[in-house]
Design a binder for this molecule. Structure first.
Ligand code: BEZ
Ligand code: FE
Length: 296
């Protein structure tokens, strides 16, 4: 294999992987190489531009650590996360839609009893969230594990705040609940606000160069897990948010938008006397049984 040139390089790379025994890896890499080469040909990529791309990926790696996942951000703003989520979560009509995971989920969040306040000191206007988790026939699903996470009033997740002296992040505005015998859940938290995705790194610079903003509309993240049902990773968005139609990560779906109702000071749904305005959000989830997965 010598004297490879512009016309023969793609075939040469593809020929070099024909012995790969992992069939799926060979399929994915063959397609990746073909598309990558087509891209370079189509835009007539210069050497300077190629090197800028290498520098960009290097910077993306350098800023990435346990709590800052710049590659997920890159995938999100390029729409790849939404594409992969959509094509892997085709469900029967009536099931709650999935959306992007995002980089701020934390394994092992505190488990709270239903009705508890998961804000744990995070700042924001009080918000009481409730609803029901059902199957497609409307039967309530008991014992569904429900992870919830959100940003605070300044648009930061707890993991974006400075860690304590022990290097730990206090869990704030995140928690895990379990649905009751009727499949119902309720908890107290704070009002979610729109926030910019982390944009002080290479992905932020790229957005700026492309004339794009980094904002996401206000939302709550949910991950629901129940035996016999597909895991659901989704958000509930706040109606009338000004970023609903320009979400930096393309995650909004109309069925996930809900009314977050403002109330003057008074009695909250859990009977607490509130001396300041508060919000309520009611959202029901419908899970997809494992065997009902729609085939393409
Ligand atoms: C989030 O909603 O937490 C998120 C999603 C994608 C990128 C950054 C943040
Ligand atoms: Fe978020």
């Amino acid at each position: 294999m010598r004297n490879i040139n512009e016309d023969t390089i793609t075939q040469a790379v593809l020929a070099s992987i024909t012995d790969c025994r992992n069939e799926r890896l060979r399929q994915v890499m063959t397609s990746l190489v073909q598309h990558l080469h087509s891209f370079a040909r189509e835009v007539n990529l210069t050497e300077e531009e190629w090197f800028q791309g290498i520098e960009f990926l290097t910077a993306t790696g350098h800023i990435t650590d346990d709590v800052r996942q710049e590659f997920i951000l890159l995938s999100d703003v390029l729409g790849l996360s939404t594409l992969v989520t959509s094509q892997n979560n085709i469900k029967p009509a009536g099931c709650t839609e999935a959306t992007v995971f995002g980089p701020f989920f934390v394994e092992g969040a505190p488990e709270y009893a239903l009705g508890a306040d998961m804000s744990n000191g995070a700042g924001g206007e009080p918000c009481f969230v409730s609803g029901k988790v059902t199957d497609l026939e409307g039967r309530g699903l008991p014992s569904v594990s429900m992870d919830v996470w959100q940003s605070d009033e300044d648009g930061f997740y707890d993991v974006q705040r400075p860690a304590s002296s022990s290097g730990q992040h206090e869990h704030r505005a995140r928690g895990r609940f379990v649905t009751d015998a009727k499949g119902e859940y309720h908890f107290r938290s704070i009002l979610a606000q729109p926030y910019p995705i982390p944009h002080d790194g290479p992905v932020g610079k790229m957005l700026e160069a492309l004339g794009r903003h980094p904002w996401r509309p206000a939302h709550l993240h949910f991950m629901l897990v129940a035996p016999g049902f597909e895991r659901l990773i989704t958000h509930v968005f706040r109606d009338e948010d000004k970023y609903l139609d320009s979400d930096a990560v393309f995650g909004v779906r109309s069925t996930l938008i809900s009314d977050w109702v403002r109330h003057e000071a008074g009695t909250a749904p859990d009977g607490t006397r509130m001396d300041r305005p508060f919000y309520t959000l009611h959202y029901d989830f419908v899970l997809n049984p494992v065997q009902a997965k729609v085939q393409r």
